[in-house]
Write a protein that binds this ligand. Structure first.
Ligand code: ADE
Length: 226
């Protein structure tokens, strides 16, 4: 999968994909992430990409022209499956969306800044608008990094143990059960006996029960979700 990210602060996105699972995904050739500087596509002086909002009001708006220059140049060499605009008024990102996106080939993520981007660009170029949660970030970069992380680890072949993504929280409308590792006892706090029993059927049942209990206690809303 190839993911292009269009940003006015590309430096913000240097580190998130250079470690751990995403690094491995890149090394295995399963994921390519390119960060593109929107300022490379403006024809305005001093690499300007924003301007005052028509109608007045506080805050700047990202201009349509640099965005269109960038996208039309990128589209000459890419056929994007989706052109995503990260924005707090978009559709809420969740595990189901991450699963769907992990099967795509080529994505363009557009990071907004200031008061957002000119509505005409949203109307004519963007195919999906996504929010990572009901709070406002100072730009779309961290939201884009969250999306790439959630999607990247689901790309077939990225995780060593394929089943480990299947037991993640949210994959079956359930939160994940508690996990333990060595030592068996620490300050008198013991690991549940059943996990040491070696009986995999009993362990699977215990984990299923714990996942259900945790979901009922913490997130009953996701139990009946589709
Ligand atoms: N940009 C600013 N806030 C955001 C959010 N919550 N989700 C996605 N993009 C954003």
């Amino acid at each position: 999968m190839k993911i292009d990210i269009l940003s006015v602060v590309p430096d913000l996105l240097q580190s998130p994909f250079a470690h751990s699972i995403l690094k491995r995904a890149k090394e295995k050739g399963l994921l390519e992430v390119n960060v593109i500087n929107l300022r490379d596509y403006t024809t305005y002086a001093r690499a300007q990409v924003d301007d005052y909002a028509f109608g007045g009001g506080a805050g700047m708006v990202m201009m349509i022209e640099p965005l269109v220059n960038a996208i039309e140049s990128l589209q000459k060499v890419n056929q994007y499956d989706e052109i995503v605009y990260l924005t707090p008024d978009g559709q809420r990102f969740d595990q189901k969306m991450a699963n769907t996106y992990s099967l795509k080939n080529n994505l363009l993520l557009i990071c907004g800044h200031y008061k957002g981007i000119d509505q005409r660009f949203r109307d004519h170029f963007v195919t999906q608008e996504i929010s990572i949660g009901d709070y406002v970030l100072s730009g779309g970069e961290i939201a884009a990094a969250v999306m790439v992380d959630a999607i990247g680890r689901l790309i077939p072949g990225v995780l060593n143990d394929e089943t480990s993504a299947l037991t993640d929280s949210f994959q079956d409308n359930l939160l994940a059960p508690p996990v333990y590792t060595r030592p068996e006892e620490f300050r008198g706090w013991k690991v549940p006996e059943i996990l040491l029993s070696g009986n995999h059927k009993l362990i699977d049942n215990w984990r299923a029960e714990q996942a259900l209990k945790r979901t009922q206690e913490r997130r009953p809303d996701i139990l009946d979700a589709e």
